[in-house]
Design a protein around this ligand. Structure first.
Ligand SMILES: Nc1nc2c(ncn2[C@@H]2O[C@H](COP(=O)(O)OP(=O)(O)OP(=O)(O)O)[C@@H](O)[C@H]2O)c(=O)[nH]1
Ligand SMILES: [Mg+2]
Length: 445
């Protein structure tokens, strides 16, 4: 996510951090560089200009340049202002979570409405709300089918009528919702171009007829100013309540993400982070700012871990940590849990100090396959006490797992390193940053 942006900003900050003293000229130079980076990411020109002006003004403020670590201070100012730019506070989901009601998804063609409609319905379902999907996109022949396939995968009910109109399907879906005493309906609408006034008028008509409780504008996060311009147009016609930014997992541009809030004044509620139906995150401006700046997002990481790791396994691990008896069984467990959490390079991007470096670090999950095979070829005793694995045992394990002695050696080396790290974590003496570094070293086979 935003790898490009993060990588570029990281190098600006590195320069800033490197200075023992920072002059006004240094600040001006780096802000000029930041401005260029933002414009290349296709951030709206005005937004970039105002943003830089605010950061610069604060950076040149009295105390910053004379402080002990001016570089760090400027980065902090930058993060604070970026948080404000992304909306400041986390979105208020209370009413959506309490009674979703009628939710309308609108946006440009291909922005991700259909996928996000299902993701959102699933998100609500996980939080105890019963929601039905309405397939009101009757323009694209395959659209109803697409929503149907996704709905089936998510095990959600869907209402459609290929001979009806968008409005009649919407109304039918709402009836279905109330007849079945459900908590809400998510309506997938047809994509349109902002220049298409006829189609915009149709959406407005639907809005007036059904009075939705929430209208979300779905915007493709990989685009730049175009998405923002159309957001303004949709806002004019529909006055939507909030934005959902999709494709945040792509590393292109990201300009839309940075400017859409400032331009529309509407909060960003969610971010889409993949094609999977579970890939929807509540949008937290502060965490996102940290991620963009390569400062990591430990909170989101912890939440992901909590979702994937069963409580029991987590408790077992905590005990192991306390007793400092982390063995190869646990190592295998960890690898399995890690795989459940989703693409590893996305996960690693959440770690502090790594965001910008991930461009070159392409993690290949397949590299974990031999690791599992090797551990599975060990006897239970070997897994518990890896110290006993001598040369001849290594040869046997390599042969048994279809790997080489070199790979077995590698793995054991990684494991002993991880064991050491676990011990240190048990002693709580590590900073977040060094955990991040070790983590990568150890998982990068
Ligand atoms: N990587 C990634 N792909 C996404 C995300 N959201 C949607 N997509 C993909 O983007 C493409 C378009 O998504 P749709 O949901 O069909 O978009 P739409 O707005 O309904 O498109 P139209 O109905 O044609 O206007 C699909 O291939 C999706 O899988 C996301 O968060 N990440
Ligand atoms: Mg669609």
């Amino acid at each position: 996510m935003f790898k490009n942006l993060t990588g570029r900003l990281d190098s600006v900050f590195k320069t800033l951090r490197g200075y023992g003293r920072i002059s006004e000229k240094n600040v001006a130079d780096s802000m000029r560089e930041v401005r260029r980076v933002l414009l290349e990411a296709d951030v709206n020109y005005r937004v970039a200009k105002d943003f830089i002006a605010r950061v610069q003004e604060r950076a040149l403020g009295q105390k910053v340049l004379r402080s002990i670590s001016p570089g760090q201070q400027i980065i902090k100012i930058f993060r604070d202002e970026l948080t404000v730019l992304l909306g400041g506070e986390a979105p208020n989901l209370d009413s959506l979570l309490k009674s979703p009601g009628i939710v309308m998804m609108v946006g440009l063609q291909g922005s991700g409405k259909t996928t996000t409609a299902v993701k959102l319905a699933l998100f609500l379902g996980k939080r105890g709300k019963r929601v039905v999907l309405g397939a009101t996109d009757l323009r694209r022949p395959a659209a109803v089918h697409q929503l149907g396939v996704l709905a089936r995968r998510a095990n959600l009910p869907i209402v459609t009528d290929e001979h009806g109109s968008a409005l009649s399907v919407a109304q039918r879906t709402i009836e279905f919702c109330s007849e079945n005493r459900m908590d809400g309906a998510v309506l997938d609408t047809a994509g349109r171009l902002h220049v298409d006034e006829g189609m915009m008028a149709e959406l407005k008509e639907m809005k007036e007829a059904i009075s939705p409780d929430h209208i979300f504008f779905v915007a493709d996060g990989m685009t730049g100013q175009d998405a923002v311009n159309s957001a303004s147009e949709f806002l004019r016609w529909l006055d939507f309540d909030g934005v959902i930014l999709t494709k945040l997992d792509g590393d292109e541009r990201g300009g839309a993400a940075l400017s859409i809030r400032a331009v529309t004044g509407k909060p960003i509620f969610f971010g889409g982070t993949g094609e999977g139906l579970g890939d929807l995150e509540v949008f937290h401006p502060e965490r996102m700012a940290s991620r963009i700046l390569g400062l990591g997002d430990v909170i989101s990481l912890v939440e992901k871990v909590e979702e994937a790791v069963e409580e029991e396994a987590a408790a077992r691990m905590a005990e192991k940590l306390a007793r400092q008896t982390f063995d190869l069984e646990d190592f295998l467990d960890q690898i399995k849990q890690l795989k459940k959490m989703g693409p590893l390079d996305q996960l690693l991007g959440l770690l502090p100090g790594l965001g910008g470096k991930l461009k070159s670090l392409k993690f290949d999950e397949r590299s974990l396959v031999p690791v599992e095979a090797i551990i599975q070829s060990m006897t239970p005793e070997e897994r518990r006490k890896p110290g006993i694995i001598d040369g001849s045992r290594r040869q046997r394990i390599a042969a048994g797992s279809g790997t080489s002695v070199h790979q077995v050696n590698q793995l054991l080396k990684q494991f002993f390193g991880m064991q050491k790290m676990m011990k240190r974590m048990g002693d709580f003496k590590m900073s977040e940053r060094s955990v991040g570094r070790d983590f990568v070293k150890l998982t990068h086979f």
